[in-house]
Design a protein around this ligand. Structure first.
Ligand SMILES: C[S@@+](CC[C@H](N)C(=O)[O-])C[C@H]1O[C@@H](n2cnc3c(N)ncnc32)[C@H](O)[C@@H]1O
Length: 243
């Protein structure tokens, strides 16, 4: 059986999706609160920037992959108008349920689909825009997922990948201290789950940096890829165009 990584551990490929699932089953109820605490609210700015770059137009069909509790889908749904559509998808039902309930409480009905990004149950070339925020890092076969996202985009459509990345050198030491010492402790105190937040820190370190992800996207079918560094590279937005 082929091996892959789950944070710093080596696991069978077949085990990774299950381990990732149990992380998000465990954190789903406190996910939004933890996002605000751990990023000191910055995830809202990173997502707002992504929404601004997306420049979603009325009538567009938009797919948010690994959409979890629905922050991006919710923002996109304000722009597509009555002729457009946003689909919120994720492999994890617990995360989607929190997102769907929150949207319903706000009066929004957005179709939600449980699916694996590596095997999307959508026709080819059906979406104008695909987004994936803080989700790609958790996928076992990232190139397969990126190729699937390319398949469901129309020619000229864009993929937006918002993900943790490689910070600038002066930030690395304080960022390591924060991620390996403070983050698991905050996870323990607030979400009663230290291990999931240690996995978060490790999975960020194992994720391809800006240049590696750009090249992975080029190999997965995107003719042009732009990289926008945010917060000194702690996070990067990769924008790929299906040409
Ligand atoms: C850190 S959360 C991000 C949620 C949301 N996009 C956000 O930015 O707040 C990562 C999400 O990726 C989802 N995920 C992990 N592997 C996946 C896969 N293979 N296909 C689809 N979703 C996946 C998880 O279930 C989880 O909801």
């Amino acid at each position: 059986m082929a091996q892959t990584h789950f944070g710093y551990q080596h696991v069978d490929e077949a085990q990774k999706a299950q381990r990732v699932r149990s992380v998000f089953d465990s954190v789903a109820g406190r996910y939004d609160l933890m996002n605000d605490v751990l990023s000191m609210g910055l995830h809202r700015a990173w997502k707002a920037y992504t929404v601004a770059v997306a420049a979603v137009q009325p009538g567009w069909k938009v797919l948010d992959i690994a959409g979890g509790t629905g922050d991006l889908a919710r923002a996109f749904s304000r722009s597509v108008g009555p002729r457009g559509q946003v689909v919120l998808s994720d492999i994890n039902e617990s995360m989607l349920r929190v997102g769907r309930d929150r949207l319903l409480d706000e009066g929004s009905v957005i179709p939600t689909v449980v699916c694996d990004a590596e095997r999307l149950p959508f026709a080819s070339a059906g979406f104008d825009l695909v987004s994936v925020a803080f989700g790609l890092r958790n996928m076992t076969h990232k190139e397969a997922a990126l190729a699937e996202m390319c398949r469901v985009l129309r020619p000229g459509g864009r993929l937006l990948v918002l993900e943790f990345s490689q910070p600038a050198a002066p930030l690395q030491k304080p960022y390591d201290w924060y991620s390996f010492k403070l983050m698991p402790l905050l996870g323990k105190w607030i979400a009663k789950d230290e291990d999931s937040y240690r996995y978060l820190a490790e999975s960020i370190r194992m994720h391809p940096d800006q240049a590696a992800l750009k090249s992975m996207m080029r190999h997965s079918g995107y003719g042009h890829v732009d990289v926008h560094n945010l917060a000194g590279g702690i996070v990067a937005l990769h924008v790929g165009i299906k040409c």
